[in-house]
Design a protein around this ligand. Structure first.
Ligand code: CA
Ligand code: CA
Length: 431
């Protein structure tokens, strides 16, 4: 506040200074005439001030042409406000009651300490600010090491990332390579490939972010990534277990609550929720904690390693995930948890935007539906963690477990760039 006041005061004084000297510069001939027989010291002082005044009058308002980067920084100030919301420490029932989500079971009691959480996914404008301050280069922008991609022709090992590309014809839903493409040049600042940019997309969540990239941003911002337990507690909004984080109906009162997919997956996204693809953050109403887009829009990194069996051994107090990762679907890949689903989720295919469901991703892989948000530890004087015995858990009955096909619940995603790159080894043809 003091700084703001000081800067405004300095600007006011500067303006007054310039008006004063420009005023006397315009009237100098008359002053010279009236003072020619007067005090010579005073006359010389007018000469000195005149020189200074003229130099100020002829200076342009800006000290140089406005570069693109300066222009972008101005936009950052005009974009969505960065805000964190206090999540009171509490105890809740973590996991899904839906038996289709095998890795999100059993439901178990978990307590989390209070913490601050970004009220929206990190935006392009916010990530741009980080990159300008640090010159950070994301993994999708770095050269690929041939050792990490055995079997892929060297000429195809160019920086890039994975995009969701709707096929033109119906395809089998058991082969994600039908709608995922490795695009050379795709990155956070070129979301659809090298010819695209984030201009005009400042308020969209940043995408093509690997785990390491998200951690780097969080560290720069004095924050960290949420644990999976923190993320899920925040997503519940403090409510009890239900079908969706927002309630029991997909469209309460006929309204879409989150940015997901409508239409025939993966060919035709009808955008009935208002958006085909990514939506600007805060396009939908917040949950009861004041958090936006915890469901859908883009997946969000959590800090926990991924193991499908972790919920069977998770501690009660502030679980931070297993010591290492293991995914039987891709045993060699190191994976971390991702949560919330994205604009590609729907009841037709990817159900992992529903309450308690989990996602996962290889740590050096990104895609155009993957972003993050940060948390920050709270003041220890803030609300204490409730005791486990203080809660009452009432679980709804899952009426028809066979209603949900395993394929849809599994939601096969391009969790590993290596897999997609190997499948599409001819990069030139998919560009
Ligand atoms: Ca949508
Ligand atoms: Ca989200």
């Amino acid at each position: 506040m003091i700084w703001l006041y000081s800067s405004r005061l300095r600007a006011t004084l500067k303006l007054t200074w310039e008006i004063f000297f420009c005023f006397f510069a315009d009237r100098f001939p008359k002053l010279l005439y009236t003072m020619r027989s007067g005090n010579k010291i005073l006359l010389w002082l007018y000469f000195i001030f005149l020189g200074l005044g003229l130099s100020r009058c002829h200076q342009p308002a800006d000290k140089g042409p406005v570069t693109k980067s300066q222009h972008d920084l101005v936009k950052i100030n005009d974009t969505v406000e960065s805000k964190m919301v206090w999540m009171p420490g509490n105890t809740f029932n973590m996991g899904s009651y839906d038996p289709s989500f095998t890795d999100a079971r059993p439901q178990h009691i978990v307590s989390v300490k209070g913490f601050w959480m970004d009220d929206h996914e990190v935006t392009n404008a916010e990530f741009l600010k980080f990159v300008k301050a640090t010159n950070y280069k994301t993994i999708a922008e770095r050269n690929l090491d041939p050792k990490d991609f055995p079997g892929v022709p060297v000429e195809n090992l160019v920086p890039g990332s994975i995009l969701f590309v709707s096929p033109k014809h119906p395809v089998a839903l058991d082969n994600p390579a039908q709608w995922w493409r490795y695009i050379p040049g795709a990155s956070w600042q070129h979301p659809e490939g090298s010819a695209s940019s984030i201009t005009g997309k400042e308020n969209l969540p940043v995408v093509h972010i690997c785990y390491e990239d998200a951690v780097a941003f969080a560290s720069w911002a004095g924050k960290r990534l949420p644990t999976e337990a923190e993320w899920e507690y925040a997503a519940t909004g403090g409510t009890t277990v239900q079908e969706y984080y927002w309630g029991v109906e997909l469209k309460p009162n006929g309204h879409w609550i989150a940015n997901i997919f409508q239409g025939d997956f993966p060919m035709n996204d009808k955008g009935e929720d208002g958006f085909i693809g990514i939506a600007p953050v805060k396009s939908y109403a917040p949950n009861k904690f004041g958090l936006y887009d915890m469901d859908g829009n883009v997946w969000e990194w959590c800090n926990d390693f991924y193991r499908p069996d972790y919920y069977t051994v998770s501690p009660v107090a502030d679980p931070k995930g297993p010591a290492d990762s293991y995914d039987p679907d891709e045993p060699g890949a190191i994976k971390r948890v991702q949560r919330g689903g994205s604009f590609i989720c729907s009841d037709q295919y990817c159900l992992r935007y529903k309450w308690g469901s989990r996602g996962k991703g290889e740590v050096k892989s990104a895609s155009n539906n993957l972003g993050f948000r940060c948390v920050k530890d709270g003041d220890s004087s803030m609300k204490a963690v409730q005791t486990v015995s203080s809660i009452q858990v009432s679980l709804p009955i899952f009426t028809d477990p066979h209603q949900v096909a395993n394929t849809r619940a599994k939601c096969i995603r391009p969790s590993c760039c290596k897999t997609i790159l190997a499948l599409h080894s001819s990069l030139r043809s998919v560009r």
